[in-house]
Ligand binder design. Structure first.
Ligand code: SD4
Length: 289
């Protein structure tokens, strides 16, 4: 078994993994650590695909998707959240303080206000300028490995060996108004079972959703596959079902109860970060192409 605690996160988000890892080392629960870790990227204005500063949709709205899963399997999610940076925290409130799992749009907004999250404007001057530039051509195509900082998906195992996960994104840049991706959908963008392990995905949400990829990875691990084998099978499933797979990225990272880690993706260029024993390590993922 690996040394606990362990944090892994999609892409190279060393500040987020460090925050979660330091909290875990100080005795925080996996659930608290994963929320606090993801919040670091949500607040990072330079990250144009998560939280405040995220790229807007084609009509200029910044809309966030996020979810969180606790060790006991409880889950919460928000989609099309327009006025709050910390979508993961609103998702946690949905999990803990409502009888529901997912709140969308106006309802999510209303709930956030009721819970004391102040209304914010998520469109920063630089993302507005980039959007105005985009409007000149209005070209919509996925950008593979956008600037290497993308949707954050995080999995934490705490000192007790308990597992929690969270995922937060502004989704695909210049998506259609109303579009929701895989990230807030339990089983697609994120899934875990505290008896088995967890998985989180990033990349083209439509392909990930159609294959319920995170759930697939956890179920493959339950059947005895290593995290690496499970991620490879799930990404290959996406490839098999999408003849245009060369045009987009899809990546999955996974961890099992022993702390073994796997990751796989379609295209070169995806990495994940691991924080363990007071050290951050950025690890390049194996890939198909
Ligand atoms: C989505 N999966 O909304 C997210 C975006 C992402 O790399 O992860 N991009 O489809």
């Amino acid at each position: 078994q690996e040394d606990f605690p362990i944090t892994i996160a999609t892409w190279n988000f060393p500040n987020a993994s460090k925050r979660a890892g330091e909290l875990l080392a100080a005795g925080a629960t996996a659930l608290d650590a994963v929320e606090q870790g993801v919040m670091v990227e949500e607040a990072n204005l330079k990250n144009t695909t998560v939280g405040k500063g995220g790229a807007p949709d084609r009509d200029g709205n910044v809309t966030l998707d996020a979810c969180i899963i606790a060790p006991d399997g409880n889950a919460g999610a928000v989609v099309y959240l327009k006025n709050n940076t910390h979508a993961v925290s609103v998702a946690r409130k949905v999990m803990e303080e409502t009888p529901h799992v997912m709140l969308a749009g106006e309802g999510a907004d209303q709930f956030a206000r009721e819970k004391g999250f102040e209304k914010e404007n998520l469109l920063t001057p630089s993302s507005e300028a980039a959007y105005n530039e985009w409007l000149k051509k209005k070209e919509y195509k996925p950008i593979i490995n956008i600037e290497n900082h993308d949707t954050i998906g995080m999995l934490c195992i705490d000192k007790n060996g308990d597992l929690a996960g969270a995922c937060s994104t502004s989704g695909l840049s210049y998506k259609m108004n109303g579009r929701v991706g895989d990230s807030p959908i339990i089983g697609s963008g994120l899934f875990l079972d505290n008896e088995v392990g967890g998985a989180v995905a990033t990349g083209m949400g439509e392909a990930i959703m159609k294959n319920v990829s995170s759930f697939l990875v956890v179920e493959l691990m339950r059947q005895g596959n290593s995290p690496q084998e499970a991620c490879e099978t799930a990404v290959k499933r996406i490839i098999d079902k999408n003849p245009n797979y060369k045009e987009f990225q899809a990546a999955i990272i996974a961890i099992n109860k022993k702390g073994e880690i796997g990751s796989y993706c379609i295209q070169k260029g995806f990495s994940y970060v691991k924080y363990q024993n007071n050290t951050n390590t950025n690890i390049s993922s194996k890939y198909y192409m």
